[in-house]
Design a protein. Sequence first.
Length: 160
Amino acid sequence: MRLRLPCMNRVGLIHDITQCLAKRQINIVSLEVEQGNVFLECPYLEQEREAALLHALRKIGGVYRVEAIALMPSKERTEQLNAILGSVQDGILTVNQDYLLTQCNLAAVRILRLSLASVMGQPIDDSLAGNLFVQETLRTGKSFRKKGICTVDRSQEMRK
């Protein structure tokens, strides 16, 4: 069950929402807060328990209404980003400050001859990081555009 609670911005609102859930022994799967909205994801509930929860949430001071939603905002943004990355023909990688690969589109997988399942969430190797200007980008905060890279056929290396 995913809900949007349009609400006022007030101290203690999240506390009141979580207390309402705790009182009913309902776990929070995900909770997101944006200006004027609280988004809440809970496990599936039987109809009677769900109706009681919705009623209790509506009674919390500062909550204007309670609406069912299809996706949490972060999931919606992720799906939009994946759609964009999938439609681009250029290879795109995102790497965090620890050099862990956090995003990779299929074009990058193809160009760099990588296995997506084996590299996601893993540190990129030094030679690849150097070729892709990762260290320089993280150090300076400046991106590089239209830079060619030399790819290595990793299948050839494996045979040696």
